[in-house]
Design a protein around this ligand. Structure first.
Ligand SMILES: [Zn+2]
Ligand SMILES: [Zn+2]
Length: 176
């Protein structure tokens, strides 16, 4: 049986048609509180794992590009499942070399420890009271368990202890 603990860096869309694997740790993981992210995600902030594009391996499906307007005027190419519309990653500014993988689409998103919060002046106060305004801004809030010199280990070290609680029902990635 496939378990999140075995595949902490795999992810996909809501219907399971698009699946991917991260073959390297992200360069950085951020929570973006800008108004574009709030509007486009329909949420208080977006959580993105910033990846070198060639380190995002497509396992199944091909998300389609959906270009969104932004406040900066630079194009934002959002990549969504053709069937269910889930955004799995985005190319901000159409750089092509860097992808912002939507952390919530990972099999075990809790394994991806965030590094910092950005654009906090436009953040929703209720969302920031949980720690983003704390002096720890710019520092991971969860201390890695061992292996601190290995970025893969340190970013995923707590997976084994949390994945069982993370996935109780309905993850299409685990249904097969
Ligand atoms: Zn889908
Ligand atoms: Zn943003």
């Amino acid at each position: 049986m496939t378990t999140p603990a075995n595949h902490p860096l795999e992810g996909g869309c809501a219907c399971g048609a698009v699946r991917y694997r991260l073959t390297a740790p992200p360069m950085i993981v951020h929570c973006c509180h800008c108004r574009d992210c709030q509007r486009q995600r329909g949420s208080a902030f977006a959580v993105n794992a910033v990846m070198e594009a060639d380190r995002v391996e497509r396992l199944a499906g091909g998300p389609m590009r959906n270009t969104l307007p932004t406040g900066s005027g630079r194009p934002l190419d959002d990549y969504v499942c053709r069937d269910c519309g889930t955004s799995v990653w985005a190319d901000y500014g159409r750089r092509r070399v860097m992808l912002f993988v939507r952390v919530g689409t990972l099999v075990a998103p809790g394994c991806m420890l965030h590094d910092l919060h950005i654009f906090t002046p436009s953040g929703q106060r209720w969302a920031l009271d949980g720690g983003a305004r704390s002096p720890r801004m710019g520092v991971r809030e969860s201390a890695p368990i061992g292996g601190a010199t290995d970025p893969v280990t340190s970013r995923t070290a707590n997976c084994a202890s949390i994945t069982n609680q993370q996935h109780t029902t309905g993850d299409p990635l685990l249904a097969a």
